[in-house]
Ligand binder design. Structure first.
Ligand code: HEC
Ligand code: HEC
Length: 379
């Protein structure tokens, strides 16, 4: 479409130039026949023609710069949207990020049914396992999908690209080697503020099968580009809940609501807009309660429609809105067994005791730079 426009404009310019040279001849002949202006000088017909050509070239440049890139990106944007509508795991446009395997590679038969059920449970957890869940009521009404976008296949959408390839692995939070089952139940007990799923249940087996299938293309220990959550650079200052409130009101509240409570769908089986705080939200032992996890997740994914490639928040806005949301009330959890090795607590883990001498407030809101610097020196 852009190319057609350019070609026709160029053709137009050529026609004009040809016309101008014709006119010049005509003007020459007209010298004595009165084609003169009032002062008796010749009409600068050729100059006028050149001016028109230049004008057209200038507008051409404008047209190219204004429309060409949006043409390109909106075309791929639409492609990826329709691709996503068909399946959460198809390639989104052409980039080097991980987007999950193609659904056509799902195993056949019973094994494939289990993988599909696993995907369904990630996408619509609440329907099966929420407060009115058809299988068992063990969680707060959120879906795994609310934080692991496109059923864990979105690049930089907290995806599962490197789960099957990494677990079992040692994690400092529990001080033990964790299986995928344990890690999934971590999110049930923290992000979904609920109870763990029985490892032998069909539901856990399905979630495992889905995560395994998602990770089949990732080599052991591998981490494709776009895995998980982006790491934002630390700010020099502490994140500011007051500034974050302004961001929240302007850019989040329309969906997540004034009290952070979100909105349920018509059937009340799951959230249309999930809660960000309050009794139905993640508890303070969840990953998103750490500022860096929240800020990184939101920067690449929120407001809904934002992507890593076209974010809608500055880094500062992401940090500040994280500070605001995570200073609001939410469910608690007994965390006394977490981080058996105190020195291994992440910089933005907001509960003491700490081995580095900084207080809880600075571990929650920053500035994080000085903590990092001191820890590096202690190493
Ligand atoms: C409120 C947000 C939220 C919800 C809901 C949620 N999670 Fe998570 N999950 C996270 C965060 C944050 C992390 C940690 C990511 C990081 O540290 O980079 C995580 C990590 C994980 C991991 C480990 C990822 C890795 O690469 O190591 C798995 C597996 C996982 N979640 C599964 C689930 C499942 C299954 C559900 C639904 C039962 C779920 N999560 C619901 C926020 C959430
Ligand atoms: C247009 C509506 C919309 C806007 C605006 C919006 N979100 Fe969301 N948000 C959603 C939806 C929908 C989801 C769940 C996505 C899914 O399940 O696919 C979500 C999920 C989230 C989650 C993870 C799930 C949870 O509830 O903890 C966080 C955190 C979040 N949004 C933060 C924000 C922040 C911060 C802003 C403002 C900068 C924002 N959102 C703006 C619609 C919106």
């Amino acid at each position: 479409m852009g190319i057609l426009l350019i070609v026709s404009l160029l053709l137009g310019a050529l026609v004009l130039l040809a016309a101008a040279s014709q006119m010049k001849k005509v003007a020459g002949k007209a010298k004595d026949t009165g084609l003169l202006d009032a002062k008796g000088t010749h009409l600068p017909i050729q100059n006028v023609a050149w001016a028109v050509v230049l004008l057209m070239l200038a507008s051409l440049v404008l047209v190219i710069s204004r429309f060409d890139s949006p043409f390109g990106s909106s075309a791929t944007g639409v492609d990826s949207l329709t691709a996503n509508a068909k399946s959460g795991t198809t390639q989104q446009g052409k980039d080097d990020l991980w987007h999950g395997p193609d659904e056509s590679t799902m195993p056949a038969g019973e094994a494939g049914e289990l993988v599909k059920y696993g995907k369904e449970l990630i996408a619509h957890t609440s329907k099966y396992l929420g407060p009115k869940g058809s299988v068992k009521a063990i969680s707060n009404g959120m879906n795994c999908n609310n934080c692991h976008l496109d059923a864990g296949t979105r690049a930089w959408g907290n995806n599962y690209a490197a789960v099957y390839s990494a677990y079992p692995k040692f994690r400092e939070r529990s001080g033990s080697t964790e299986t995928i089952y344990k890690r999934v139940n971590d999110c049930f007990e923290r992000s979904l503020n609920g109870q763990p799923l029985d490892t032998n249940s069909k539901e856990m087996k399905a979630i495992y099968a889905y995560i395994q299938w998602l990770g089949t293309g990732t080599a052991r220990g591998g981490k494709p580009k776009g895995t998980g959550i982006v790491e934002l650079a630390y700010m020099d200052r502490a994140a500011d809940p007051e500034k974050g409130k302004a961001v929240y009101v302007a850019k989040c509240q329309s969906c997540h609501q004034a009290e952070g409570q979100g909105t349920l769908n018509m059937e009340k089986t799951e959230y249309t807009y999930p809660p960000l705080w309050g009794k139905n939200s993640y508890n303070h032992g969840a990953g998103l309660y750490r500022l860096s996890r929240f800020a990184g997740y939101v920067k690449a994914n929120m407001p809904l429609g934002a992507t890593h490639q076209s974010p809608q928040l500055t880094d500062e806005e992401a940090w500040d809105v994280a500070a605001y949301v995570n200073s609001q009330p939410r469910p608690g959890k007994d965390l006394s067994a977490d981080w058996p090795k105190i020195a291994a607590k992440p910089i933005d883990h907001p509960f003491g005791p700490f081995a580095d001498g900084f207080d809880e407030n600075q571990h929650k809101y920053g500035p994080f730079g000085p903590i990092k610097k001191k820890r590096n020196l202690q190493k």
